[in-house]
Write a protein of this length. Structure first.
Length: 134
């Protein structure tokens, strides 16, 4: 069962992110784990901007962005400088009228998710949000 598996933090960043994607992010819907949901949020926001020009942006994408920012910025082990960078990147993402399509911002967000996973290798349950339809 996934509940008893820890995230392999000894992996390099790319391999760790891939592990989270393969093991904690379902093919459809929300992840049952905070670590998986964080990565799912980044990927959904990235895909919407890069492939759809934020054409479907609405309440659900705003909820994804808010969850990602709130959860990462609440991590006490992150420095204030890191939290400021996350807030700056998320402000760019949330400016949906001007979709950010370069990889650098999303790569930074994935790096923050990976850092979060390294700090929390034991899976953190995430309750299903019935209001989140993306």
């Amino acid at each position: 069962m996934t509940e008893h598996i820890e995230i392999p933090v000894q992996e390099n960043d790319s391999a760790l992110a891939q592990w989270v994607w393969n093991n904690l992010v379902p093919k459809q819907g929300q992840s049952a784990w905070v670590q998986g949901e964080l990565l799912r949020c980044v990927e959904k926001l990235c895909w919407e901007a890069q492939n759809n020009g934020n054409g479907n942006w609405g309440r659900s994408f705003r909820m994804l962005a808010d969850y990602l920012e709130k959860t990462l910025c609440a991590e006490p082990a992150f420095s204030e400088q890191t939290r400021q960078l996350i807030r700056k990147d998320m402000a760019t993402v949330k400016n949906y009228m001007y979709p950010y399509t370069e990889d650098d911002l999303y790569d930074r967000l994935v790096s923050h998710v990976v850092a979060f996973c390294r700090l929390h290798p034991v899976l953190i349950p995430k309750p299903h949000n019935p209001k989140q339809v993306r």
